[in-house]
Design a protein around this ligand. Structure first.
Ligand code: UDP
Ligand code: MG
Length: 339
């Protein structure tokens, strides 16, 4: 069998060579054919030159793609999955937070017939506040969404060819992998490992990014927030009806007494807030529809396996696609369809 390792890299010059050494030494000890598929996600540092070096040193087992700019980890993973040719694919971060020693265990479980082998990390070494917030978030979100999202389960996993083909066939533009992995299903097994600290370089996550990611998780897989909006509206309308009855009753019994100025202001401002939240919610969904309808490619490739991709030939016609990933990008990017 052949194993592909997909590695999204964004500004990882400090650690990429060490990662490559460690993974190769693990893979060398296993009796499998393998390839490493690096995806440079528009890094601004020396990541790409390092990938070129690696491809030159190990031409048979190294492949790489480089994006025209930073598209994000999700498109980078998608590109890697499209590029990978193995019977099984493992997605790993470049920062050695995903211990290469676990590859053997993953392969063993794959050979037992599992399509997804998930490594779930502990939260050792994470900031306490972040751990508590994550716990709370996953508990809350799992009561909402239709797919199961688990704490500590990320992109570090082995996928069989069947699972990879299923993922690649999902065409959506807004990709929330955690949900997609869970959505495709198949025979899945999870094991735990101790979280490792990043070896070098720094995390790309900021608090704002995490909050946005959290909102994506809630909205990507269902329309239940819209239903909650309906229920909120109904409850408020019922409250208003009861209050009206009460005011009319009080007026009949005791005559009109208070002008109720403060009550009015509070209600108007409060309801205005509720309306804005609901509009924002609807807007979020419309925004998503907007991006989906553009049908833009998920990423653009500027260089792959040592060759700058020829976008046009001398006579102006597009060059024929050369790899499956290239083909996908080229078809979607054709001028007639691009938004
Ligand atoms: N990454 C990427 N594109 C981005 C951000 C991150 O390809 O825009 C890669 C990064 O190089 C690393 C992996 O995604 O290999 C995980 O990123 P990071 O370590 O910053 O996230 P964390 O481990 O803190 O969740
Ligand atoms: Mg990391």
């Amino acid at each position: 069998m052949k194993l592909s390792i997909v590695v999204p890299c964004y500004n990882e010059e400090a650690v990429i060579s060490r990662f490559d050494d460690q993974v190769r030494s693990v893979l060398g000890g296993l009796a499998v054919e393998y390839e490493l598929c690096y995806v440079d996600d528009g890094s601004g540092d020396g990541t790409l030159p390092r990938l070129r070096d690696l491809a030159q040193r190990y031409p048979r087992t190294t492949r790489y793609l480089s994006f025209s700019r930073n598209f994000g980890k999700e498109p980078a993973m998608l590109a890697g999955l499209k590029e990978a040719t193995g019977d099984a694919v493992i997605i790993m971060d470049a920062d050695l937070q995903h211990p290469p020693e676990l590859i053997e265990k993953m392969l063993d479980l794959y050979q037992l017939g599992h399509d997804q082998v998930i490594a779930r990390r502990s939260r050792d070494g994470d900031k306490r506040l972040r751990t508590a917030l994550s716990r709370f978030y996953y508990r809350a979100v799992n009561t909402w969404v239709d797919v199961e999202l688990a704490d500590g389960v990320g992109d570090f996993r082995l996928l069989s060819r069947t699972a990879v083909d299923a993922l690649v066939s999902l065409p959506e533009y807004n990709r929330f992998s955690k949900g997609l992995f869970s959505w495709i299903g198949f025979d899945t097994i999870t094991f735990d490992y101790r979280n490792a600290a990043r070896e070098a370089g720094e995390t790309k996550w900021r608090l704002g990014g995490l909050v946005n990611y959290g909102i994506d998780g809630m909205l990507s897989f269902n329309c239940r927030p819209l239903r909650a909006a309906i229920y909120t509206g109904l409850s408020l309308a019922s409250l208003a009806a009861l209050y009206t009855l009460w005011v009319i009753g009080a007026a009949l019994a005791g005559g009109i007494t208070a002008p109720g100025y403060v009550t009015l202001v509070a209600i108007i401002v409060g309801l205005g807030g509720v309306h804005m939240v609901m509009l924002g919610l609807i807007g979020e969904y419309i925004g998503r529809i907007y991006y989906e309808t553009k049908r833009r490619p998920h990423f653009l490739v500027k260089e792959a396996d040592g060759a700058t991709r020829p976008r046009t030939r001398a006579n102006g016609t597009a060059a024929p696609p050369r790899t499956p990933a290239d083909a996908a990008t080229a078809t979607i990017a054709a001028p007639s369809q691009a938004g």
